[in-house]
Design a protein around this ligand. Structure first.
Ligand SMILES: Nc1ncnc2c1ncn2[C@@H]1O[C@H](COP(=O)(O)OP(=O)(O)OP(=O)(O)O)[C@@H](O)[C@H]1O
Ligand SMILES: [Mg+2]
Length: 225
């Protein structure tokens, strides 16, 4: 099993108040699975992705990836995990405004210590794959919302991670571009056995996944194969 989640709980503290974002989530995800994660705003979808990605730590419960427990990793092992195993498409992109889109896409490769020539070549290939091969030297503020989203996707895929966590990757795209991105995701899923967990509000995207998991108020309410 690629990812094993048991009794995962996340509480955010705000002063004296506690917000229960996840309330006991257990889940097994096999290698090469394509999972759609759905549920209303505030149901805990982004929180779950952040915990799987090692960007935040749970209040209780465990996550095992490749049989290793994230909570037991030392700092260095954890950053290796984040840099090599995980690709993230964030809900709000987080592109660096002063870097060109090619440089933005190279960031994961810098963390891996790849050389400049290799980085430029792989960023170019990743940007070509999302249809932006002609815009390598533009800055993010010279792009449309959908184009920025595609840069974020190229950045998540450029280092060929084992697991891609994508928070509404097609949210700002028209249907045709969204389909092209989904085709790219399916290709990587097939060819490289990349595991995808995709948060989506789009039933058309969810229909292309192997499995849909629905969260409501921090709990899994339905999963269907
Ligand atoms: N840093 C934080 N501090 C306090 N509460 C938070 C924090 N982040 C999220 N929450 C709360 O945790 C709950 C789950 O939030 P989360 O972002 O996981 O929802 P979501 O399912 O991704 O929603 P959306 O579809 O709107 O993105 C919400 O009630 C939210 O207000
Ligand atoms: Mg969210």
């Amino acid at each position: 099993m690629h990812i094993i989640i048991r009794d995962l709980t996340k509480e955010y503290k705000m002063g004296k108040e506690k917000v229960g974002a996840l309330k006991g989530v257990s889940l097994d995800i096999e290698k090469g699975a394509m999972i759609a994660l759905i549920g209303r705003s505030g149901s805990g979808k982004s929180t779950l992705l952040q915990l799987i990605g090692g960007l935040d730590t749970p209040t209780a419960g465990t996550i095992l990836v490749n049989e290793k427990e994230l909570g037991k990793m030392k700092d260095r092992e954890r950053s290796t995990y984040r840099n090599n195993i995980i690709g993230f498409v964030f809900q709000f992109f987080y592109l660096q405004q002063y870097l060109t889109i090619s440089e933005n896409v190279q960031i994961p490769l810098i963390f891996q210590g790849a050389e400049k020539g290799t980085r430029e070549q792989r960023a170019k290939e990743a940007l070509e794959a999302v249809g932006l091969g002609e815009m390598l030297n533009r800055l993010p503020n010279q792009l449309s919302g959908g184009q920025m989203q595609r840069v974020a996707i190229a950045r998540a895929l450029v280092h060929k991670p084992e697991i891609v966590l994508a928070d509404e990757p097609t949210g700002n795209l028209d249907e045709k571009t969204g389909d092209e991105i989904m085709d790219l995701i399916k290709k990587l899923n097939k060819e490289l056995q990349t595991t995808f967990i995709i948060v989506t509000h789009d039933s058309h995207v969810a229909a292309q996944a192997d499995r849909t998991i629905k969260l409501a108020d921090g709990k899994i309410v339905t999963t269907n194969a």
